[in-house]
Design a protein around this ligand. Sequence first.
Ligand SMILES: Nc1ncnc2c1ncn2[C@@H]1O[C@H](COP(=O)(O)OP(=O)(O)O)[C@@H](O)[C@H]1O
Ligand SMILES: [Mg+2]
Length: 264
Amino acid sequence: MKQNLDVGQPAVIIHDLSHGFVTPDGGRMDVLQDVSVTVHEREFFTVVGPSGCGKSTLLNVASGLLQPSTGTVCRLKGDRNLDQLEVGYITQDSNLFPWATALENVLMPLQIRRVPKKERVRRAKEWINIVGLSGFEDHYPRQLSGGMQKRCSIARTMVYEPEVLFMDEPFGALDAITKATLQKTILDLWEKRQTSVIFITHDLTEAIALSDRVAVMTGRPGRIRTTVDIPLGRPRDVYNITDVPNFKALRHELWHLLEPELVS
Ligand SMILES: Nc1ncnc2c1ncn2[C@@H]1O[C@H](COP(=O)(O)OP(=O)(O)O)[C@@H](O)[C@H]1O
Ligand SMILES: [Mg+2]
């Protein structure tokens, strides 16, 4: 087992970011304040924080979906700036097109990128297979379980090989067993593909099982209170992560940082 000491160049640089929303009465609510963080190539970076502290807003800004009030975000591959087509985004809701089959859903991003037909069918089928959906190519989303829909959504994102993967509580709504198998799937994929991941969760065990580093946010307006290294070896046994000797101390450290930020 080795630690992931293999992180590379900066992949996402967030500098002095603040964001506010206009409230219904015309006022302004500050949601993020002075957030600066750099996530590296091949790094699995997780953000935890109280509900409503601005985690999803941070991910929306980091991925380029939302323009911040102030501050900058750079998404890089070497010296090159990434465009929107090169990032992947997976949320709690699988967001599959209900009128398209599993295979058609996975084909969609390749059609948008004008990948030739033969090649896109080959790649889509390969990804359906990797996520364990072989035999379900022609099923519509409503004919798939919640976990299978999530697998399809992962295939639809990974099929175009994004340089950075943004995940917003992707497994939050799943039962514990399905969640554990998907955590294993995502970790296996990440270990092979070595993209950077920015992952949001409210589950500290999940954060420890998956991450190289975990940022703990304060209550709103969300700031990064501190960032904790997770010095556990890889590959990790996600099913038995709570048995790892350091686990309890890490969970305690994260909880100790998070607890004062929660409103009672
Ligand atoms: N588009 C929006 N317009 C106005 N307020 C928003 C919008 N999106 C989020 N907010 C507000 O910003 C705060 C942070 O939201 P969010 O980033 O979703 O928090 P988290 O993901 O940490 O639970 C919440 O109070 C929410 O109501
Ligand atoms: Mg959220």
